[in-house]
Design a protein around this ligand. Sequence first.
Ligand SMILES: *[C@@H]1O[C@H](CO)[C@@H](O)[C@H](O)[C@H]1NC(C)=O
Ligand SMILES: *[C@@H]1O[C@H](CO)[C@@H](O)[C@H](O)[C@H]1NC(C)=O
Ligand SMILES: *[C@@H]1O[C@H](CO)[C@@H](O)[C@H](O)[C@H]1NC(C)=O
Ligand SMILES: *[C@@H]1O[C@H](CO)[C@@H](O)[C@H](O)[C@H]1NC(C)=O
Ligand SMILES: [Zn+2]
Length: 606
Amino acid sequence: MARRGPALLLQLWCVVVLSLSMVLSRKADIILFGGDIITMEDGDLSRDQGKARPLEAVAIAGETIQAVGTLDEVFRHAGPKTQTVYLSQQTLMPGFIEPHTHPIWGARMLKQYTSIGLANFSSYEEIRSVMVNRINELAATPNSNGWGAFFGWDPELISDLPALNADVLDGFSDTIPIFVQGRTGHIAWANHAALRAANITKTTESPPGGKIEKDRDNNPTGKLLGSPAIEAVHNQMPPLEPHTFARGLEDQWRSYASAGFTTVTELYHQPDPGLDEVLRRSTDADDFPLRLALYKYVQAVRDVDCTDCADGDAGGIGEYSSRLWETGIKLIADGSPHSGTAAIREPYLYTPLTETLGFPDPPGYGILNLETRALFETVRRYHRQGKKVSIHAHGERANDQVLNVHEQVLSELPYQDNRHRIDHLGLITEEQIERAGKLNVTLSFFIDHLRFYAKVYKTNIFGDRVNRWTPLSLATKNNITWTIHQDIPASPGDPTPFANMKTAITRCTRDDPTTPYGPEYRVSIHEALKSYTVNAAWQLHLEDKVGSIQVGKKADLVVLSENPYRVDPFDLERIRIVETFVDGRRNKLARLKTVKGTDLHVLDSP
Ligand SMILES: *[C@@H]1O[C@H](CO)[C@@H](O)[C@H](O)[C@H]1NC(C)=O
Ligand SMILES: *[C@@H]1O[C@H](CO)[C@@H](O)[C@H](O)[C@H]1NC(C)=O
Ligand SMILES: *[C@@H]1O[C@H](CO)[C@@H](O)[C@H](O)[C@H]1NC(C)=O
Ligand SMILES: *[C@@H]1O[C@H](CO)[C@@H](O)[C@H](O)[C@H]1NC(C)=O
Ligand SMILES: [Zn+2]
């Protein structure tokens, strides 16, 4: 044994030297050139080409970016098998990273519910007929056990929708359970059959963090506020079949990839052994085009009781793969501006629309879902475990509560770069943003609401407060690494980073480019692009891996039809997503065509 030692060492040494030289001489698998290259690294801005080093090509070897530089520098890595792809004067940049959205929740909602709000309806008449058709279908299926479940009720976008309650829904059927969820998932309405199925009666108390509305005689009205109350009914529905869920997920992956995303973050993952198995398989598939980071939803109050603390930490996905992992914990401090439940300082306006939307009686200041103590205990627990905590907080009161909790946690436990986040931040104030900066709490803004709802906010919900909705420029001023997000399907429409960036840059609604809401809070295209690349990567602790084009990082890339720095902000949505790469693999959104008589390829948009 002793004599074989040196020989073994020598062998090992040879293996090391050999593999090292293989790595060093490894030839590129793909070289991309012939278009603008935006790295999102400081100093390499394609918009200041005068100053910046000319970047003409990018080489990919395996999963990794091997070289970035001039044609000379990069083509040194070319070998006989390298695929050379001419960008046809299009633009290459880091793939987009969505920091807050809901592909899993979306897959479930769009498969378990009939959609009545994806901006493809314009009147109650149309929605009513969708609902009636679905109920008739169920009535004609004996023993179907089916529910008339509808998602996306949105009286702000469709102005003639009536106020809902159990009696109104009984008008569709009083035997088939009917359940209608509002756009944002913070409010829902059930008919009496659905209430019966969930055993909700006069004597049922509201669950912690939710509200079962009762009338003067203590009868449930059918209106449910907050996830725990909504889930009490939702959970009685026939469960989603695994294969249906799998199809829903595939739809979601396609939708995000074709919007240019290479990483997306699900902020509402509820561990479920069956569905998680489907999720793992779906992300293991060869054609899974994304990375998916999860925040696990935790009910603070339950955890504080600690009757099932262990359970609070068990279950879920963990660090499953480089494409699917749990990155943090999600808590929900307040509700939504669309249901009068975001916890604000000055009351909501009170109008016929807010009544239809189901706002609580005036004066309405919204609802704090959690006891401060419960929130504190929960944040402290996960802070100590080194986990990231993301807390949904829209109104000033919710932001105060969350910042107080962070301050208290940090006064007890040392700062350790958890990158705790506050999400949405509708009416966060300047002073609160300063505090967040000092507490190293990072921010992710839900600005997409301005695009659809700014006018309704002004006339029916907030008045002039709409002008300070998600004041992004104040976060920049306070040196905060911030992001914007879309939160689909809590926001209407399909994922589209350029529509969201346009809103951040213009602060106008989708149909009125002449009226900016709070123009002093606009940001530049550069800041908007940082949000969707380097900043989002940083918030997810992924900055060493993705978010910019840099040698050694993962080759997660997007090819755009135009350079966003050179497009009028109001026209950003015309930029087409040509192709994306994740881990150096092309997701085949475009065809790769060979140029006759050469070994060149071009990406040909379908
Ligand atoms: C609504 O629009 C979405 C997206 O365009 C589409 O997938 C869906 O089928 C439409 N729904 C109806 C009922 O037309
Ligand atoms: C319904 O609620 C009542 C009283 O709250 C309880 O006694 C009963 O067991 C519940 N039934 C079901 C099926 O949950
Ligand atoms: C914020 O982070 C810095 C390091 O970047 C640290 O020195 C400081 O103490 C942190 N602040 C708090 C309140 O923990
Ligand atoms: C932000 O950073 C700049 C430059 O590092 C510094 O001068 C400024 O004081 C910082 N502002 C705040 C509010 O921390
Ligand atoms: Zn969300």
